[in-house]
Design a protein around this ligand. Structure first.
Ligand SMILES: [Mg+2]
Length: 266
């Protein structure tokens, strides 16, 4: 049984956009696919989304039929909070992003402060980004605050085509002369390390499942974690897969992967 290969993993790290949902719609078969993987091992969703809290992400996915709890969500906002705690303890932060970022930083024990008081500016996607916010960020950064980027995704797909991602926020700050000191979301190794810590497992025990070569697959490879690409998201055909960053498995969808319909590379 091909499925036995998958059963050798204890933890599945799963991307959200392009794997479980796409442009606000559930990917066909994804609810069943996820449920099957949840029977084989522990599932954690590893997503660069920084706009919602883990609770909100889980709630939204439950409304779509997925069975998920907040503890199973490893978002870039959560990773940012965890990274700062691990390396610097509780810090004073000024978040430049949406509500979910504030919530995750606060729940990690950090203190949300004014721009002048901030040790760290934590930047994420912000659909209300404006000149005033950029001026505040500049104040924080020119007063000695360091910049942590939740991720640098340029765009994200929607039903109406691509929309600006966190890369737009980070790019604006970089354009003012303040590039990030650190980036914690995929493809950063930090994202994968914190996911492994959250799952309490070794890298050999985990499989990353994603749709994007340059974040999910490349990042997993650099963290020495096996990966599987599914073709329900941005990577449309196997031809787009660069041999140098080949994932271990290729499947048409997460359901195909879970049911053993995949090809194994090399
Ligand atoms: Mg994706």
């Amino acid at each position: 049984m091909k499925n036995e290969t998958l059963r050798s993993y204890r933890v599945f790290l799963i991307d959200v956009d392009g794997v479980l949902v796409r442009g606000g719609e559930v990917v066909p078969g994804a609810v069943e696919g996820l449920a099957k993987l949840q029977k084989m091992g522990r599932v954690l969703l590893l997503t660069n989304n920084s706009t919602r809290s883990r609770e909100q992400v889980a709630l939204n996915l439950r409304r779509s039929g997925f069975s998920l709890r907040a503890e199973e969500i490893v978002s870039s906002a959560f990773i940012a909070g965890a990274y700062l705690s691990e390396h610097y303890g509780s810090v004073r932060v000024w978040p430049l992003g949406e509500e979910g970022l504030d919530l995750e930083l606060a729940s990690a024990g950090h203190k949300l402060v004014s721009p002048q008081e901030a040790e760290w500016v934590v930047a994420g996607m912000d659909r209300d980004l404006n000149y005033d916010k950029l001026a505040k960020a500049l104040l924080a950064l020119s007063s000695g605050g360091r910049l942590l980027a939740t991720n640098e995704d340029r765009t994200f797909p929607t039903a109406d085509g691509p929309r600006p991602g966190a890369g737009a926020t980070v790019g604006a700050l970089t354009g003012m002369g303040y590039p990030p000191t650190i980036v914690v979301g995929k493809p950063s190794k930090i994202a994968f390390e914190i996911a492994l810590e959250t799952a309490d497992c070794e890298r050999e025990e985990a499989l990353m499942i994603g749709d994007r070569m340059e974040t999910d697959i490349l990042g997993a490879r650099e963290a020495a974690i096996d990966s599987a690409i599914v073709l329900t998201g941005v990577t449309r055909s196997e031809e787009m897969i660069v041999a140098s960053a080949a994932p271990r498995f290729v499947a048409d969808s997460i359901l195909d992967l879970a049911e053993g319909r995949f090809t194994e590379t090399n």
